[in-house]
Design a protein around this ligand. Structure first.
Ligand code: NAD
Length: 504
């Protein structure tokens, strides 16, 4: 039996209960169907087969979940932080125990390759451990004494929050949002992406098993325009943490304005990797290939624009072309696969449409540029060369394994091109000139920048974007800033003079 066959065999075992029962909502600790009884089909992008039926929640289900989260909030807010820490660690333990199941289900549901999803499942456990350890300090504040008052600050959880996640790496992203919310003392209503909802239900199941009280974590499946919208409009939900497209972020801001929602957005990107001629070109090449073709390029932090200095561009691009053509596209459960199928046919059509856009704009398709096979959503790793910064392929987020190469003359031109997009999530700069690295990173419009490195996430650092790429930061204490309110308390030190009005 090959490794792929073994993995398919295991997957069948894990899928059986979903095939039989579908995916339900979790409200107040109970697994329930949507009130309308409606369901929708969840398809695998590998072979277009039906994975299972998903219950289709709407406004009524969101209302029930928001009420459950509201009712559970006071007890969870006051739950001793050391106990909260233990529950979150137990969630991490259970994720580790079920990491294989989570990874295989995630691959089948999203099309992401197993080599990356095995790590993503474990990253989910790490996220819980990281925020578990911080739970006891979440409320810590400052003392800011004045001559007359002892001023102290403390932090309190904001209340029930809504978490809305996208389809690309749903398990890891859900843990990244939900772990800090729970650690802060918030209760949660989660609306997973309709295209890949299976592992969200496993995660919520794990949380129940770990001893999380009913109602603290609720999950409602459904469509964005329906369940998602209702969540953003619900008066009991105090904040929305959203990961997804920039246009959806705008819609959520509008929808949440009536109830004055606090929002945190992690949105799209068109991130540049900028390679200067003095860089370590072998390492730069490895990083450029990794940052666009890993995770199928369906990655907000992917480096979808390569800006390369003209003095080295033809040689560097030729090497890149050879590497793009050698990337191994295949079944996501095959451990050798580097790129799997895209999430679904709608997205496949969008990605493929850019092949014509590239041709019409006058760019060259140096690698890929075609769909692979006629079943599932496979596309060849693609490289556009001879591109200009104003072309649509250099401006718009394609969100697939598609890289646009734009040559530049000097530092000033590189900076101009790099910043000439509506997005500003990440940037990757390759140079051995320290002063240039500092100058360039200072001017580059991005929330996160790596120099001579691919994207390496360190959990205490701030994660987030500028411009159309997001609002707010995650990670370390920044997550608590979002999920908590600062409270100031001033205690008089003595009998300071109080202004006397209307004194008789
Ligand atoms: P999307 O915006 O279409 O959907 C994301 C979620 O929002 C889904 O759960 C969807 O049902 C919901 N939704 C849609 N319309 C809604 C509405 N009107 N009100 C409330 N909820 C609504 O995004 P997607 O296609 O699932 O994901 C891909 C996008 O996510 C890309 O743009 C990518 O860059 C971005 N992303 C960003 C980050 C980041 O950290 N910056 C990480 C991953 C993905």
């Amino acid at each position: 039996m090959s490794d792929l066959e073994k993995n398919l065999d295991k997957l069948e075992g894990y899928l059986a209960r979903f095939r039989q029962n579908g995916v339900q909502n979790l409200i107040a600790g109970k697994s329930v169907a949507a009130k309308t009884g409606e369901t929708f089909q969840n398809l695998s992008p590998v072979d277009d087969s039906v994975i299972c039926e998903i219950t289709k929640g709407g406004a009524d289900d969101i209302d029930a979940a928001a009420r459950a989260a509201r009712d559970a909030f006071p007890a969870w807010r006051d739950f001793p932080a050391v106990e909260r820490k233990k529950v979150l660690h137990r969630i991490a333990d259970l994720i580790e125990e079920r990491a294989e199941e989570i990874a295989l289900l995630e691959c089948w549901d999203t099309g992401q390759a197993l080599r990356f999803m095995s790590k993503a499942a474990l990253r989910g456990a790490e996220n819980f451990r990281f925020f578990a350890d911080r739970a006891p300090a979440a409320r810590d504040g400052q003392s800011l004494p004045s001559p007359t008052l002892m001023n102290i600050t403390t932090r309190v959880p904001i209340g029930p929050v809504g978490v809305i996640t996208p389809w690309n790496t749903p398990f890891m992203l859900s843990t990244w949002k939900i772990a800090p919310a729970l650690s802060a003392g918030c209760t949660v209503v989660h609306k997973p992406a309709e295209l890949s909802p299976v592992t969200a239900s496993v995660l919520a199941e794990i949380a129940q098993e770990a001893g999380l009280p009913p109602g603290v974590w609720n999950v409602v499946n459904g469509m964005g325009e329906d369940a998602g919208r209702a969540l953003t409009e619900h008066p009991d939900i105090k904040a929305i943490a959203f990961v997804g497209e920039s246009a959806t972020g705008s819609a959520i801001m509008r929808q949440g304005s009536e109830t004055l929602k606090r929002v945190h957005f992690e949105l799209g990107g068109k991130n540049p990797v900028v390679v200067f001629d003095d860089a370590d070109l072998d390492r730069a090449l490895d990083a450029a290939v990794f940052m666009i073709y890993s995770l199928n390029g369906e990655r907000c932090t992917s480096s979808s624009r390569l800006l390369v200095q003209k003095s080295i561009s033809s040689d560097f691009t030729a090497r890149l072309e050879a590497r793009a053509k050698a990337v191994n596209v295949g079944h996501p459960l095959d451990p050798d696969t580097e790129v799997g199928p895209l999430i679904g046919h709608g997205h496949l059509d969008k990605v493929i449409s850019y092949f014509d856009v590239a041709r019409e704009d006058g760019a060259t398709i140096a690698a890929g540029g075609e769909r692979l096979g006629d079943t599932g959503c496979f596309v060849a790793p693609t490289l556009f060369t001879d591109a200009r910064a104003d072309m649509r392929i250099a401006q718009e987020e394609i969100f697939g394994p598609v890289l646009t190469v734009i040559p530049f003359e000097d530092e000033a031109e590189a900076l101009k091109i790099a910043n000439r997009v509506e997005y500003g999530l990440t940037g990757y700069v390759w140079t051995n000139d320290l002063s240039r690295a500092l100058r360039f990173t200072n001017e580059l419009e991005a929330g996160m920048i790596w120099v001579n490195s691919e994207n390496v996430r360190h959990l205490p650092t701030p994660f987030g974007g500028v411009k159309a790429s997001g609002i707010g930061r995650d990670g370390g204490d920044w997550s608590f800033e979002f999920y908590m309110e600062q409270k100031h308390i001033g205690l008089a030190l003595g009998d300071h003079k109080i202004p006397q009005l209307g004194k008789i």
